[in-house]
Design a binder for this molecule. Structure first.
Ligand code: FMN
Length: 423
């Protein structure tokens, strides 16, 4: 383990100094997302207003084991200079780990390419239970302390942590204080408990995030319940947090952070869609084509599963109407040879199909040209949220589960829970 040098400790920014000087006081943050917050997506998100982006979670054990070279290449490409390069900053690299020395080995390898290293303490999935990481470390405070403290003592850049809340405010606050005392220089608080996952995701609890923010001195990022642009300010004022982080909202609409300057004044009536239409909702086919152009322009390879995942989420509203296109997109296969060529023929095939979809959307837009966006966005009685026209990027809102946890009214209005499909 490398020694703690005075030079390291002196150079290192902490807390708000780190937040302001190294990160540029970001308010809009894209979450770490396995197979979805990859370089190409980070670039698209930044173009549409994201001010800080996390890498997908990297497994520190596998990354540390140098023999598994493909794992390293697939998870952070240090060869082509794009990942962590000037266009990819500020950037936080996230690891999952349960072994401080493996974590340090991996973090040291990527330290030159990012502004901080984050530890995933929130993943609730079975894979995390089996791998003994994420939210399953919530009961092992000594280990969590050690993971954070090891990076705090030995990296030249700060360590941060992303965690889920506990069932009680008291325990949540105590945990957050422990993370801070271990050396975390920024905390991201996901306002759902470990059991809130999959169909039982329900709502994030912003009051617990507020309690954390009030209890610690380092910057706090609020995560959960951000579906529309308007939710950002609601969240910031309800939690007092320094920034918001979006995962699913960003995947379905990477422009979620951008206000729409032409938006009409929101009407204070719950039956009106206007209160949700204050942000930008670009045409989804345009976003998909823009994303593919980024994928094709890079030397860094994007995994076929990441590309497919993004296209299906972005285009979801349009594909629900044009199911023949959905089937054709689903049939596109990416051969190994494609992946090694620049771009690859599969990306061209996707483009061709999406351009055809775009022509259909163009006709639909023309046919609806005499109607306002609000008129075209009826409220869905099942969710209480508007459904925008199928050509626009928009959140995917699932009805809340009929479980008792969903019966709890949100403290701040009508924010809905979304089913979390990742860690
Ligand atoms: C596709 C996907 C992948 C995710 N992967 C990660 C991950 O790698 N690390 C992590 O800490 N959280 C991960 N998450 C959880 C999100 O970062 C976030 O905490 C959660 O989705 C709640 O935010 P949201 O309500 O904005 O979706 C993932 C979520 C999704 C939807």
């Amino acid at each position: 383990m490398p020694a703690v040098t005075l030079e390291n400790q002196n150079r290192k920014l902490g807390g708000y100094e780190f937040f302001e000087k190294a990160l540029g006081s970001p308010k809009y943050i894209v979450a770490p997302m396995v197979d979805q917050s990859e370089l190409a997506w980070r670039k698209l998100s930044r173009k549409y207003g994201a001010q800080l982006v996390y890498t997908p979670m990297i497994n520190a054990k596998m990354y540390a084991e140098g023999s598994r070279k493909p794992y390293r290449e697939q998870n952070f490409d240090t060869v082509h200079g794009e990942e962590g390069g000037p266009e990819d900053r500020p950037l936080i690299v996230q690891f999952c780990a349960n072994n401080p020395s493996q974590l340090l080995t991996s973090a040291k390898l990527l330290e030159p390419y990012c502004d901080a290293v984050d530890i995933n303490l929130g993943c609730p999935q079975d894979i995390a239970r089996r791998g003994h990481y994420g939210s399953f470390l919530q009961d092992e405070w000594d280990l969590v302390h050690k993971l954070i403290h090891t990076l705090h003592e030995n990296l030249s850049i700060p360590v941060t942590a992303k965690f889920r809340v506990f069932p009680t405010v008291e325990k949540t606050v105590e945990y957050a204080k422990m993370l801070e005392s271990a050396g975390a220089q920024m905390l991201t608080c996901h306002g759902r408990i470990r059991e809130q996952r999959g169909q039982r995701s329900g709502l994030a609890d912003w009051e617990k995030i507020r309690a954390v923010k009030e209890a610690v001195s380092v910057p706090v990022v609020a995560n959960g319940n951000i579906l529309f642009h308007g939710d950002i300010e609601k969240c910031l004022s309800a939690t007092g947090a320094d920034a918001v982080m979006s995962a699913e909202g960003n995947l379905y609409n990477p422009a979620i952070f951008q206000p729409d300057p032409s938006a009409i004044e929101p009407v204070a009536s719950t039956s009106s869609a206007s209160q949700y239409l204050t942000g930008q909702h670009p045409r989804n086919t345009h976003l998909a084509l823009e994303y593919l152009a980024i994928v094709k322009s890079q030397k860094t390879l994007t995994t076929p599963s990441a590309v497919k995942g993004h296209l299906f989420k972005l285009l979801r509203p349009a594909l629900s109407k044009y199911t023949d296109i959905r089937e054709r997109l689903g049939r596109v296969r990416v051969e190994r040879a494609d992946r090694d060529k620049e771009g690859g023929t599969a990306w061209d095939k996707y483009e061709e199909i999406i351009e055809e979809l775009d022509e259909r959307l163009e006709r639909d837009i023309e046919a609806a040209s005499d109607r306002t966006l609000e008129e075209l966005s009826p409220i869905d009685p099942a969710t209480g949220f508007p459904v925008l026209p199928h050509w626009l990027a928009q959140p995917y809102i699932r009805p809340l589960p009929a479980e008792p946890e969903a019966a709890k009214p949100p403290a701040q209005g009508k924010e809905s829970g979304v089913e979390v499909v990742g860690p």
